[in-house]
Design a protein around this ligand. Structure first.
Ligand code: DGJ
Length: 743
């Protein structure tokens, strides 16, 4: 895989940090140099508009001193002092804001790491030992006081956004085996206060990305997935505001996202002193990772950021970081092509003639990528059979996929194919041959979801098989895109081939092997792009994002529901990654009818796709579609690579929704506005744009809709931002889209 330069730099820096002896290497100019002040024993990371500081207290605890707006280089920070004894119940140090606390000694705060040694000892006291800085990455070695365990804490800081990356390597240095009961990637600490609130994302199939807000009070809030994969019940992202009022443009926001696609947990605690801690990493539920002497475990990376400029800026910082430093190819990533996918049109009834017919229609509209979804392989005529048998179904495609692929290419489109490589139907040749390959506990039931079982990717033979199958598929067929689906949770997560005390390693090994397969496929087939889909948006996180080019946020393609889904998604993830299809009306989801205009404008807020049955579209529909696809191509760089501003929130079934995207050079802005429901002849709210160059003059033109009479065509950025624009939007499911361009 061709890694983007800055991702590669981060990876190299981390690799070097662990390979190199304790020495300070020359720092390349663009890297942020962490600083260490030996007199106060304080470490400092300054990046973007953020300063992050930690100090070693006299007992050797590494404590968070500061995380917030950037401070002057010579501002005093530290020294760290242990939390004083409050009472016999809260002795000295028990509530100190430790960066990474082991569970041991008198600690009462939430620990980041809990282990048990084979001899029964469960005490772990991590104290500062040493540090090294290499290529901008800081590594701090924490040691158990009895030399049982070493923990190396890694820190990177992105100079552009101030996003800090934190993770830990846990090494068994003792002479006996131990089991890790829980291991976080990091604990983020905020100073004491009683006015914090939390935002997080909840969801379910076809109803992902609901934005929730709750006050942080004393006690804990647990966000998690115990499902084996990221899940959609919660997403591994959080934002914390201080001061009570959530605002898109103003206010302190701390935010974070975990780069892990297995079971995870982010726990937000407020202790009795009002100190807020966010501890995240592997989900401790059913966790148990055994380390023999000399073995180690790396946690995922937990990224965190801060802004004083409200929730909108928090999202933009995260989006910028994802685009530049997480996604494969970073800034050089290709724009998402306009895609057609046949799933909603044909479901499992795919065949050569039908797909060719759809491809011809799609090409005429200006579609750039044609994707054959589920149903092309094995005995896959429904979701009851065939998963695992990745050979072309010769009844549906008598001559293999080649004729269709050639046809799609002749029509000027790239070709994509659906796969669900981690799953197997019990009615499949693969399962009949290898019933032991699935997650299971011997002699217990094997619970199915959508008639399928989960292959145990933690097994090396299963991993090798999955890689080989996909490698062959890509080698034998001229494929440019894989939609990688994953349609159920884990159940009975046993790994009977391992000894009982090693079996729970499945939670880590499975996900790492998934990443390894993706990484190697990308390396071997650099021209192939991949979408992460999990029955919709159940596997979206910064871990999988580093190895895929786009994600599918939801199976819910109802253009009105999508406004909320996309808004929730955008809190954490960049529109550059978010695919959105225009599908049929009325929708299968709600039986709701919406105009093609409304459906297109809703989908144009991300990577545009079409999932409707094009054979049912009239010539008028085709003309409309051509109009929007042409318009989209002229604005997609702005939508996908620019900055997103959320102007009106569609959350909580609000009547209105509006966003604008501004190109990085601020020469183009795109405005989308939607009304779900008209009431009492009320006018649509005046929309004031954001992020424009106040002195540049922008000409407004409409993709669809109009402004109220008297609105100027050309005005300054200041005018559009301060005075704003009033749109003529009336009635249910009406929408407008406008482009603002400066010469
Ligand atoms: C779930 C996906 O989210 C859908 O888009 C579709 O690919 C189906 N699976 C196919 O089984």
């Amino acid at each position: 895989m061709k890694q983007h330069a800055s991702t590669r730099r981060l990876a190299l820096a981390l690799a070097a940090a662990f390979a190199a002896p304790l020495a300070v290497a020359a720092t390349p100019p663009r890297e942020v140099a962490p600083r260490y002040d030996a007199s106060s024993h304080v470490f400092r990371l300054d990046a973007g508009k953020v300063t992050y500081a930690m100090g070693v207290d006299p007992d050797g605890r590494l404590q968070t001193l500061y995380w917030g707006a950037r401070l002057a280089a010579d501002d005093p920070l530290g020294p760290a002092t242990p939390a004083p004894e409050r009472s016999s119940f809260d002795p000295k140090g028990a509530l100190s804001r430790q960066e990474y606390a082991g569970w041991g000694g008198n600690i009462t705060a939430m620990p980041a790491l809990k282990v048990k040694f084979d001899d029964g000892n469960r005490d772990l006291i991590l104290r500062y030992d040493s540090y090294r800085i290499d290529h901008g990455a800081l590594a701090i070695l924490m040691r158990d006081v009895k030399a049982g365990v070493d923990v190396t804490l890694r820190y990177t800081a992105d100079p552009a956004t101030g996003v800090i990356g934190r993770s830990a390597r846990i090494e068994n240095k003792s002479t006996q085996a131990l089991t890790i009961d829980s291991a976080a990637a990091a604990t983020w600490s905020l100073p004491s206060g009683s006015d914090y609130s939390l935002r997080y994302l909840t969801g379910t199939w076809a109803g992902e990305w609901h934005l929730q807000t709750r006050a942080i009070t004393q006690g804990a809030t647990v966000l998690e997935s115990r499902r084996g994969s990221t899940g959609d019940e919660n997403n591994p992202w959080f934002a914390i505001n201080r001061g009570g009022a959530w605002n898109e443009e103003h206010g302190d926001v701390w935010f974070g996202a975990l780069a892990w696609s297995g079971s995870w947990q982010i726990r937000v605690d407020e202790d009795i002193l009002g100190q807020v801690r966010v501890t995240g990493g592997f989900n401790p539920f059913d966790f148990g990772y055994r380390l023999k002497p000399g073995e180690s475990l790396d946690t995922p990376v937990f990224y965190g950021g801060y802004t004083a400029d409200g929730m909108g800026e928090a999202s933009r910082l995260l989006h910028r970081f994802e685009k530049a430093s997480v996604l494969p190819h970073g800034e050089q990533a290709k724009l998402r092509p306009v895609l057609y996918n046949s799933w909603e049109a044909t479901e499992f009834k795919v065949d050569e003639a039908g797909q060719e017919q759809l491809a011809e229609r799609a090409a005429k509209l200006g579609v750039e990528r044609f994707v054959v979804d589920d149903g092309w392989f094995g005995a896959r005529n429904s979701d009851h059979a065939g998963l695992g048998d990745w050979t072309v179904n010769r009844t549906k495609f008598p001559n293999g996929l080649k004729p269709l692929i050639d046809k799609v290419h002749t029509l000027g489109m790239s070709f994509g194919l659906w796969v669900e490589p981690e799953m197997v139907n019990s009615d499949s040749d693969l399962y009949r041959a290898h019933p032991d390959w699935v997650l299971n506990f011997p002699d217990r039931q094997r619970s199915e979801g959508r008639n399928q079982l989960v292959l145990n990717l933690a097994r090396e033979d299963v991993k090798a098989h999955v890689f080989e199958v996909l490698d062959r598929l890509l080698a034998e067929n001229d494929i440019q895109f894989l939609k990688w689906d994953y349609n159920r949770n884990w159940s009975e997560p046993g790994w009977p081939q391992m000894s009982p005390d090693e079996q729970q390693k499945v939670y880590v090994a499975y996900t790492r092997n998934l990443y390894d397969i993706l990484r190697r496929l990308r390396e071997k087939h650099p021209g192939v792009e991949i979408e992460s889909c999990s029955g919709g948006g159940a596997r979206v996180d910064l871990g999988v994002m580093a190895l895929t080019d786009e994600v599918w946020p939801s199976d819910n393609t109802d253009a009105s529901d999508r406004l909320s889904i996309q808004d929730g998604f955008s809190q954490a993830y960049a529109p550059a990654t978010m695919m959105s299809w225009v599908t049929g009306s009325p929708t299968w989801v709600n039986n709701r009818a919406m105009s093609l205009d409304f459906r297109f404008l809703s989908s144009m807020q991300g990577g545009l796709g079409i999932g409707a049955n094009l054979l049912t579209w009239s010539e008028a529909d085709n003309t409309t579609a051509r109009h929007y696809i042409t318009a989209y191509k002229a604005i997609r760089t702005t939508v996908q690579r620019g900055d997103l501003y959320r102007l009106l929130s569609p959350q909580n079934r609000a009547a209105w929704s509006a966003t604008s995207s501004v190109s990085t050079d601020r020469k183009q802005a795109v405005l989308f506005a939607f009304q779900r429901q008209g009431e009492e002849a009320r006018a649509f709210p005046t929309l004031r744009l954001q992020g424009l160059d106040p002195v540049a003059r922008y000409r407004m033109r409409f993709i669809h809709g109009a402004a109220v009479p008297g609105t100027p065509e050309v005005a300054s950025g200041a005018y559009w931002m301060a005075h704003g624009v009033d749109l003529l939007i009336k009635g249910d499911f009406d929408a407008a889209g406008a482009v603002f361009e400066a010469p």
